[in-house]
Design a protein around this ligand. Structure first.
Ligand code: ATP
Length: 248
């Protein structure tokens, strides 16, 4: 069975800037993968290439066996992408937006209603879901966008900074939702600056620094590679503060 996400020698430039440099990474199905790195390291650029929104200048991106680009449309049917800035239509209510997304993905109304019956109370959306989204806070928007990403039970869920602006209770719910999604055999690829979230839920962690993948592995593997440093914060600081490169 092909990996859920396969990046091979991927390079992406913006003019003179090399945002992602020779990145190779394979994420198997059923894995919750956390992607870490300092500001400007190349996380969003990588995520946009996985989601099919950017084309690499070199190398290949394959999602569930479909090459992005050639078979991009096929791959994208199975992908849900949540950007770091949640985008909603101002003049729709949250519920209208969710129904719109369900229709777009051809989700039958019974399945949609079943998912929402579970997600609306868990994410605490019942008090605002019927108001227009223009009145929402960042966290409210983020909740609706996360719910919309789960509606069609995507094979691959790609999320940029899912926990920014969310209160601790919601962070816990989101962690549980992503863990359950991975345990059901789907794949979750998320970037985060919240190391506790990565440490708590990720099966494997990748760290990108100055556009290169400098470490990848489970927490025990990263500890071994990083001379027994104990916390993910120690490891993160070690691999991103000097030219030290870890090898999996
Ligand atoms: P952050 O944690 O701050 O969100 P990031 O790891 O997601 O950062 P990217 O947004 O992928 O980083 O940016 C990687 C590099 O590419 C940075 O040097 C950034 O300035 C550059 N970059 C990103 N988008 C563009 C763009 N549209 N045009 C030019 N340069 C860009």
């Amino acid at each position: 069975m092909p990996a859920a996400i396969e990046l091979q020698s991927v390079v992406k430039r913006y003019g003179e800037i090399v945002a992602v440099d020779d990145l190779s990474l394979s994420v198997p199905r059923g894995e919750l993968f956390a992607f870490l790195g300092p500001n400007g390291a190349g996380k969003t650029t990588t995520i946009k290439m996985i989601a099919g929104l950017l084309r690499p200048d070199r190398g290949t991106v394959t999602v569930c066996g479909h090459a992005m680009g050639r078979n991009g449309a096929k791959a994208m049917n199975g992908i849900a992408y949540v950007p770091d800035q949640p985008y909603l239509y101002d003049k729709l209510t949250g519920r209208e937006f969710l129904h719109f997304v369900a229709r777009m993905y051809g989700v039958p109304s019974r399945q949609r209603d079943g998912v929402l019956e579970d997600l609306v109370p868990r994410l605490g959306m019942q008090n605002f879901l019927d108001q227009m989204t223009e009145s929402y806070s960042h966290g409210m928007k983020q909740k609706v966008v996360i719910a919309s990403a789960l509606l069609h039970d995507p094979d691959v869920l790609v999320i940029d900074e899912p926990t920014v602006g969310l209160d601790p209770k919601t962070v816990r719910v989101v962690k549980d939702l992503f863990t359950a999604h991975a345990r059901s055999g789907r794949t979750v690829f998320m970037s985060t600056h919240t190391l506790e979230v990565a440490e708590a839920v990720a099966d494997r962690i990748g760290i990108i620094h100055r556009s290169r993948l400098v470490a990848v592995g489970t927490m025990p593997e990263l500890r071994l590679q990083a001379d027994q440093q104990q916390s993910l914060e120690d490891i993160f600081l070690q691999v991103t503060e000097d030219d030290h490169e870890l090898h999996s």
